[in-house]
Design a protein around this ligand. Sequence first.
Ligand code: PMP
Length: 376
Amino acid sequence: MKELRPPRPDLDGLTPYDAKEPKAEVNLSANENPGNLPHEVVDKLAELLPEFAFNRYPDPMSGKLRQLIADANGLESGNVLVGNGGDELIFDLLLAWGGPGRKLLNMPPTFAMYEIDAAVTGTELVSIPRRPDFSVDEAAVLERLKAGDIDAVFVSHPNNPTGNLQHETFLIDVLNATDALVLVDEAYFEFSRHTMRPHMQRHHNLVILRTFSKAFSLAALRVGYLLAHEDVITELTKVRQPYSVDRFSQWVAAMVFRERVVFESQISDLIRQRDVIQHGLDQLSGVVVYPSEANFVLFRVEHAAAVWRDLLHGHGVLVRDLSRAPYLEDCLRVSVGSPEENARFLRAMEEILVARRKSGLLGTTNGESLNGHGGS
Ligand code: PMP
């Protein structure tokens, strides 16, 4: 038998993205909504399901959903592109604006897919690391843009996993400083309630990403969308997979979007619960909490990987271990869950820290002394 011819040599340095997570009674690791779709929506879906045309291909451009999103944002349908989750749209953006010989400006630590997709598309990554408190090094970014060789800038706003928004004035400075495509990733917009949408008229290079996976409880179906100048959408339609958003997802997402006011109180509850988590963590000695505008909270704790294991194996609570990721030494990220789940997480944290301190596994370090790593 002949040896298999190797794939692209630059895949050598890549490891497959493994999103598989251990099972846990309480999963606070993926920034999902702890609540399923509201009953009103599920009942309506159930009533209409027998008529659903499973045998037909989907509308390649998700026409109905696209129009609903455009109307809600005061735009034309040509300014909207629906994708198989925000993830697909990020990939499409790099297929069109990245590629060999082209450069993406990134501000780590940030959403890991930016870097992964840059590698897969052969796009050169230009990284301007955030400061120790995770604010963007604005002067360094603006200085780097002056060379005029950057093709795309990606900013997560609020930033996953650190939770903070960027200054609006900085984002406007970026838009003014470059003709590169500027992606403002608003995956957590419904929790931050801040959007760059008003700046789209003046800045044709501004692209906004949103998702149904977080506030709208639809992570299972994979639906996200972009708002952009129609020329940007036209370019993206050249590289995208025509049937990537299936018919069922389009149908459910359109219904969810029409009914989106019913999510309002749930979103407000999650924002309140985020404050409960921030406050609760803040009370624990040895924990540094980073302020968040999203539905998750990043915190730093000594021996984070061990604390993560204690949370999972001793208390059945799964959070995201980021402690080995660059710039995130000793950091864990907890997603906002239901009030009961959040209380269980906070109780578990307290018990773990008390036990570790008693057994001499933790120093008597308090928040202040950890500030050298990252501030609060
Ligand atoms: N952007 C950011 C910043 C995210 O955190 C996520 C989800 N983790 C996405 C985009 C993509 O979300 P989805 O593919 O579920 O729409």
